[in-house]
Every structure is written in C-alpha cells, then in structure tokens.
Design a protein around this ligand. Structure first.
Ligand SMILES: Nc1ncnc2c1ncn2[C@@H]1O[C@H](COP(=O)(O)OP(=O)(O)O)[C@@H](O)[C@H]1O
Ligand SMILES: O=C(O)[C@@H](O)C(=O)COP(=O)(O)O
Length: 422
C-alpha cells in the first residue's frame, strides 16, 4: 500500500482541474488522473484527483465508476475522500450528485456527509440552503438554460431529496457565522446529507475548521482550499515534495463546446483578434460537415490565434436539440471537437484551451491523456495543466474566467509564468 492521504473523485474533467487548482493554491502537489488508473500506472501520490465523466451518465453507470474509483483510492490508503461536483450543482432530477454520495457513504460505512458547492470567488454562494449564482438564484441564472442539466430550483435540499435515500439537513448561515465549534456541534446532531451555507471565503474557512476530519466531503472546489493547511497543522499528513513543471510545445488552439453565458462572451471577445470556425450540429449531422471543419483547420498557421466553437445562443441550441435530440446534438459537437483536437496535435500544436466540462472530457480522452500536472491558474479554478509529451491543456468550466480568458490563457504561457509556479 502506498501513502495517499487525499483522494478525490470528480464528475467531470474541468471540475477535476478546478479542484486540483484549489489544492495547488494551498501548496500541495496534486496528481490528476484521467479516468480510473489502469494496472501498472504510475504509483499513487499523497494528493490524488481522479477525473471521471459521469455528470450526465445513467445513474447505475455513474455510481459503478465512482465506486471503482473509491476502491482504488482506498487501496492506496486514502484517509480523506472528496466527491467533487459542480458549484452550480449540475445534475438531473435523479442524479448523479445524490446517488454517488449515497453510494460512497455506504461504501465507507458513514451515516453523515456534507455538501458544500459554494465558491464565492466565482459568485456561487449558499444562503439558507439556496444556491445563488452572482445575484441570482440558481434557477434564474443562465444555468436554467444549460443544454444537458438545466437547473430549475435553487434549494439544495429540495434538489437532493429525490436523488438520495437518506434524509437531508441544513447547517444554516447563523450557525456558520457563530464559528467552527457551533458548526461541529450542529453536525453532531444531524445525519444524512447535510447542506452547508457559505457566503464568503471566511465562511469556508469556518466550515473547514469544523469538517477537516470528516472522511467524506461533497461539493465544489472552494471548500478544499483551506483543508491542506488544517491537515498539516493537525499532523494528519506530511509535506509532499513539488517537482518542476515540464516544457511546453508551441502552437495554439481554442476549442469551445460550452454554450454557457460567460463562454459566449469569451468567444465573442476572442473572435475580435483570433480567426474562428463555427461548428453547427445540424451541419455536422450531414455528410461533409466534419470534413469541412478539418479542411479549415489544416489550412491554418499552427502558431496563430484560432478558435473552433459550437458555442451558440440558447435559441439555436434548442433548435438543434429539437431536430437531433439533446444527446445526439451534444455528441456530434463533442466528437467533432475531439477529432479536431487530434488534428491539431498532428499539426504540432502544443497549447490547447478547451471550454466546457463535457467537451473537455471528450477532447482529453481523444488526446490519450492519462495524467496531468497542475500549473498556474489562468482564472479562479482554471489552471494550465501539463501532460507528459509537451502538451499544455487548459480545461475551462463554462461560466469560469473573465471575458478575456482565451487571450489571458495563451499570454500566460508566452510570458513564462509557468516556471514561476510553486
Ligand atoms: N450549438 C449547439 N447545439 C447543441 N448542443 C451543443 C451546441 N454546442 C455545444 N453543445 C453541447 O452542449 C454541451 C455543453 O456542455 P459542456 O461542454 O459541459 O459545457 P459547460 O461547461 O458550459 O456546461 C456539450 O455536450 C456540447 O456538445
Ligand atoms: O465547480 C465548478 O463550477 C466547476 O468545477 C465545474 O464542475 C463546472 O462544470 P462545467 O461548467 O460543465 O465545466
């Protein structure tokens, strides 16, 4: 058995890099694995994050994959387990947040766990059990129009209840503001899935003080940031070594399959300086649709700023979904961007930014990446990541980053920020 201390299971790839970035901020080196590690893969390290792509899978498949990941982490000795899902609680009416949390509790023999999606730095706040995105309740935010997981309620207990077999509960804001001891006492009285309020980073610090010794924590990435310091102070883990980051190849491309409001603004902004090719799922469904995109890419200068995007307004997404079905429209776009990522690599392009969680999963898999090192953060929750073969990948969650995100990302590598990272 090796000495893994922290093991996380992320329900998508952008979520995994987001969590890894938060841990890296706390000064710990993180090993991010794409998919369940195969027999003979590199030895486990102190901080392991396993990126799965199970946010919208059938529940049974998602639970089976998460369970297998947990068993691998347990075999490596993990003493703290983290179920990373989206800070906007992206899920369908039945899953997969609740069923995976339930399955992990059963595997670990637990009668309580906590749910903390709050990420104040990115505008996600939980107050009286209700999740807000910036000023809006979740169900009034752009998440109401998400192509795969439209969110139609903001109350986390109400969202969880149909997804879980255990009871739900809340540790509300007044208790959180009283301090870590009060939160700990409240948790001691509750069972099942306990939602935690948090409005500011200071609340996350308070919560972390109360929950750092819990075996299973569920939520977004932000609650993970204060934990390593507390674990170190409590003597629960040692201080792992940090290795230098690898070299990065030249050439660049942005690939966007996200239709989130922020990505739409970012693509619009980037098109002012980069050349672009727009993918339309209806065209991709016809013969020749994909071939045209590949011909376009092949004609581009590998070094020049460029973007291929399916990013579109909700009305256009709905139209494609009505004609093709939700799953087929999504799969056509994901497969196309995955193929174009492979083509870009064949052209010698070494710097790839991907927008969209599902999209990132499809692209990363197509590139055959199985392990990533975490580099500098471009925006909160979005780090550059490095694969073994000179490939730099940035996987951007739909609503993360400033409007200038794509330019910021590529500029960062140009200006040598990589070598300055701890
Ligand atoms: N124009 C479009 N019409 C229909 N579906 C689309 C379109 N563009 C992208 N999609 C699909 O929408 C989904 C977006 O999800 P994702 O990549 O996770 O983005 P986000 O991070 O914004 O949630 C993907 O499955 C993608 O293939
Ligand atoms: O927690 C978050 O918001 C992100 O880490 C995340 O999971 C976002 O998902 P996508 O927007 O689908 O990339």
């Amino acid at each position: 058995m090796s000495n893994t201390f922290f093991g996380a299971i992320a329900d998508d790839f952008t979520g995994a890099t987001d969590l890894a970035a938060m841990l890296a901020r706390a000064g710990v080196p993180v090993t991010l694995r794409i998919g369940l590690p195969e027999a003979g893969s590199e030895a486990a390290t102190t901080f392991e994050v396993i990126a799965l792509k199970i946010r919208t899978n059938p529940i049974e498949d998602a639970v089976a994959e998460a369970r297998a990941a947990y068993r691998w982490l347990k075999a490596q000795g993990a003493r703290r387990v983290f179920w990373k899902y989206c800070s906007t609680f992206d899920s369908t009416q039945r899953g997969n947040i609740g069923p995976v949390a339930d399955a992990l509790m059963t595997e670990m023999g637990l009668d309580r766990t906590v749910h903390c999606p709050a990420f104040p730095e990115n505008g996600r706040r939980v107050f009286m059990g209700n999740l807000f995105v910036n000023e809006l309740p979740l169900n009034e935010s752009p998440m109401k129009d998400h192509p795969l997981t439209p969110m139609r309620d903001a109350n986390l207990e109400r969202l969880l209840r149909p997804q879980v077999q255990r009871q739900t509960a809340l540790v509300a804001f007044p208790t959180v503001r009283t301090g870590s001891d009060a939160v700990r006492e409240a948790l001691g009285r509750l069972q099942g899935h306990i939602v935690l309020d948090a409005v500011e980073d200071a609340d996350l610090q308070t919560l972390a003080g109360a929950i750092h010794d819990m075996p299973l924590i569920c939520g977004g990435s932000a609650i993970a940031q204060p934990l390593p310091v507390l674990w170190r102070e409590a003597g629960a883990m040692g201080v792992p070594d940090i290795a230098p980051l690898p070299d990065v190849g030249d050439g660049q491309i942005a690939l966007s399959g996200s239709c989130s409001a922020m990505t739409r603004a970012q693509v619009g902004h980037y098109l002012k300086t980069a050349v672009g090719y727009r993918l339309d799922p209806l065209e991709l469904a016809e013969s020749g649709g994909m071939a045209a995109a590949r011909v376009w890419l092949k004609a581009q200068d590998p070094l020049a700023p460029k973007i291929v995007y399916a990013t579109a307004e909700p009305s256009s997404v709905t139209l494609a979904q009505e004609k093709l079905g939700v799953a087929r429209a999504g799969a056509l776009v994901e497969d196309a961007l995955a193929q174009l990522a492979q083509d870009a690599r064949a052209m010698g392009i070494g710097r790839v930014v991907v927008a969209g969680g599902e999209t990132s999963g499809a692209v990363t898999r197509a590139l055959g990446v199985d392990r990533l090192r975490i580099g500098p953060e471009i925006a909160p929750g979005v780090p550059w990541c490095f694969a073994a073969d000179g490939l730099a990948l940035a996987l951007k969650s739909g609503n993360f980053g400033a409007e200038t995100f794509f330019t910021d990302a590529f500029n960062m590598l140009e200006h040598g920020a990589v070598s300055s990272v701890a």
